[in-house]
Design a binder for this molecule. Structure first.
Ligand SMILES: *[C@@H]1O[C@H](CO)[C@@H](O)[C@H](O)[C@H]1NC(C)=O
Ligand SMILES: *[C@@H]1O[C@H](CO)[C@@H](O)[C@H](O)[C@H]1NC(C)=O
Ligand SMILES: *[C@@H]1O[C@H](CO)[C@@H](O)[C@H](O)[C@H]1NC(C)=O
Length: 621
């Protein structure tokens, strides 16, 4: 129905796998979010949608019935409007953002002559009647506004202070804060606006002003809460406050991500991730000399190398960790003979999976020097170049690899992935075809060809490719998973769910205990899309997480589903977890943007329960 959307990711990891899977995770989720308007989360009738670019707030056109709450909101609005009117009459300080304009305005005609103004002190005020206090307060405020307009900030501060002695009006505090703001005395701005807000909790100007001061004081999280609160209160009318939210979210998330990346413990990603990485290469038998039956000296590098390759075959997370350690040890022990290139390739691969890219590239480069036939090392190098954003360099790697062996189907497959990512679908299709011609048994070339045809708009040939692939590989879960995704994209949700179910069944049969959980997650999303049934969708995600607790996609999906249900606190735990699982800084910044935004909303919800006026559950637009 809809045109092919950009959310079909270029299939099983490949050149791109680490890259592409990681960068597309959030993209995929956010595309899904914005398309389905499903994973929005509402607070005070405002839907918050996260996108790859940051947080986007949508006004959730509230089809509001007449409720007592509405009238409360109305009252608040009216109150705000009245105050605005009062302020704009004569209150220059209330609009420090338009100082220039204010200056151009004719000065108020009847400004008090200074000597007529009473000097108010703590003692003298005690003797005044209420009426007198009110009168003096008003006169002092107006004089203060004039001084502010003349940029005589210290004088204005003195006048507002006297006005405050007469009357504890939040406007006076907020105006005095504007003076401190002009003088860059940020802590005093915070103090005064905080007092103003203790009197009037939803005083928009004070909220904005305090947020700005927090920002200047580098108290970014407080600033973020302030600007977000301002956005919610004025229904996102103020673009500069919304921009401030986006900017601060990025600042906070980036700062936090850099801190975490620096002292992050490097661990392997989930078994689902690692599985996907390895299946993007054709399975190669262990080389002669490293088979189970070969006699190898105990405690030798070669023995460790074999141990690593054996552990790899288990396809479990403990297996992968064993393999990683064994490859490290193999190189430490040395004396690897003809297998040295392979050992460096394997250690480099695991370093890449750990996110230690420089070390990984050094290993892979060395492995090619030692053994120029290590085409996989070229491919893996290309994948890391791509992750660094250097597609040209990646193409060079493929060219070099093909010079070494132009009959290696892996090279064509991965180059196709690169073309795909760059949107060069015709070239991609050609390379997938080449890879298939050289080896018809590698299923991902078939699957990806189908996906590419779909992207090129050839619906019929794409479906034909998938049907043929299902027929030729009836026991392979991946084909059902991708087929399902295609059907989902075409709006055939029921058929899609069927395919995902088949994929789940085959996965659990083929890899009991360490199955690829993505089909489960896919099914969860499809169920949610079809039935808007968050509970059932969550159950499926939960199941995925029991099997692979580290699966970042499952974690992030779960967070979104919880948000959708209005379970903000729990969503936050999952977003935090997603940040913990992030492998790259880019991924981590994304995850942290979500978690920071969620934490901020949670805080507002706790502090301003009266703003949460809308149903927080299934508020689907
Ligand atoms: C306030 O009034 C009291 C008595 O009415 C008087 O003694 C005192 O001087 C006055 N204080 C000021 C500051 O005017
Ligand atoms: C809009 O937001 C900015 C930034 O917070 C603030 O300085 C400004 O006063 C706001 N404008 C209005 C009309 O509230
Ligand atoms: C379904 O799973 C595949 C990986 O097997 C993934 O690439 C794809 O994006 C998933 N589909 C959705 C809708 O998340």
């Amino acid at each position: 129905m809809s045109n092919p959307r950009p959310s079909i990711p270029p299939g099983p990891p490949a050149v791109a796998i680490p890259v592409d899977q990681s960068s597309s995770l959030w993209e995929r989720i956010s595309t899904w979010v914005s398309e389905n308007k499903a994973v929005v989360y509402t607070i005070a009738g405002v839907a918050v949608v996260f996108t790859g670019a940051g947080v986007v707030y949508y006004l959730n056109t509230p089809a509001e019935p007449q409720t007592p709450r509405l009238s409360k909101k109305e009252r608040r609005k009216r109150k705000e409007a009245e105050r605005k009117a009062a302020e704009s009459q004569n209150n220059v300080a209330a609009q420090p953002e338009s100082k220039e304009k204010a200056k151009e305005q004719p000065k108020p005609a009847a400004v008090e002559a200074e000597d007529e103004l009473p000097t108010i002190t703590e003692e003298s005020v005690a003797n005044l009647t209420t009426d007198q206090r009110n009168e003096y307060a008003d006169r002092l405020k107006r004089a203060g506004n004039k001084a502010y307009g003349d940029k005589a900030y210290n004088k204005a501060i003195d006048l507002y202070s006297q006005a405050i002695l007469c009357k504890k009006d939040p406007i006076y505090y907020s105006n005095r804060a504007a003076c401190y703001s002009a003088l860059s005395e940020w802590q005093k701005v915070v103090d005064d606006t905080t007092t103003a807000l203790s009197i009037d909790r939803v005083y928009l100007k004070a909220i904005n002003r305090r947020a700005k001061a927090y920002e200047e004081l580098k108290m970014y999280r407080d600033a973020l809460v302030g600007y977000t609160l301002a956005c919610i209160i004025d229904n996102f009318q103020n673009q500069s406050a919304a921009n401030a939210v986006e900017k601060l979210l990025k600042v906070v998330a980036t700062e936090e991500a850099q801190k975490r990346m620096a002292d992050r413990k490097q661990t392997l990603p989930s078994h689902t991730f690692v599985n996907n990485y390895f299946v993007s290469f054709r399975a190669k038998p262990r080389p002669a000399g490293l088979e189970d039956s070969d006699e190898l000296p105990a405690g030798s590098g070669k023995e460790q190398l074999r141990l690593g390759l054996q552990a790899l075959e288990k396809k479990t997370s403990t297996g992968y960790e064993e393999a990683r350690q064994a490859f490290d040890k193999a190189i430490e022990l040395g004396d690897l003979g003809e297998f040295e290139g392979l050992a460096y390739n394997m250690r480099g691969t695991f370093r890449c999976l750990l996110g230690a890219h420089e070390e990984a590239m050094a290993d892979l480069t060395k492995s090619i020097e030692l053994d120029p036939s290590m085409t996989q090392s070229h491919i893996k190098l290309a994948s890391m170049r791509l992750e660094q954003g250097d597609a040209d360099k990646a193409f060079e790697d493929f060219t070099t690899a093909l010079a070494a062996n132009d009959k290696d189907p892996d090279i064509y497959y991965h180059r196709a992935q690169l073309h795909f990512i760059k949107g060069e679908f015709a070239e991609a299709a050609k390379d997938y075809q080449m890879s298939m011609d050289l080896d018809r048994d590698f299923i991902f070339s078939h699957i990806q060809l189908g996906v590419t045809q779909y992207k090129m708009g050839s619906m019929a040939s794409s479906l034909a490719t998938f049907r043929r692939t299902v027929k030729n590989f009836p026991k392979c879960p991946d084909v059902y998973n991708y087929y399902g995704e295609l059907l989902l994209d075409m709006g055939q949700v029921n058929e899609a769910i069927e395919k995902f179910e088949t994929a789940v069944e085959l996965e659990s049969k083929n890899n009991p205990g360490s199955m690829n959980v993505l089909p489960l997650v896919n099914k969860s999303l499809a169920i949610f899309q079809m039935k808007q049934d968050s509970a059932e969708a969550e159950k499926l995600c939960q199941k995925a997480l029991e099997i692979d607790p580290e699966c970042d996609i499952a974690v992030a999906t779960m967070a979104q589903l919880l948000l959708q249900r209005g379970n903000i606190a729990e969503a936050l735990t999952y977003f935090r977890r997603a940040a913990d699982l992030a492998r790259t800084e880019f991924e981590m910044i994304n995850a942290l943007s979500y978690s920071e935004a969620t934490a901020c909303q949670l805080k507002i919800q706790e502090e301003y329960p009266e703003l949460v006026s809308k149903v927080r559950s299934a508020n689907l637009v």
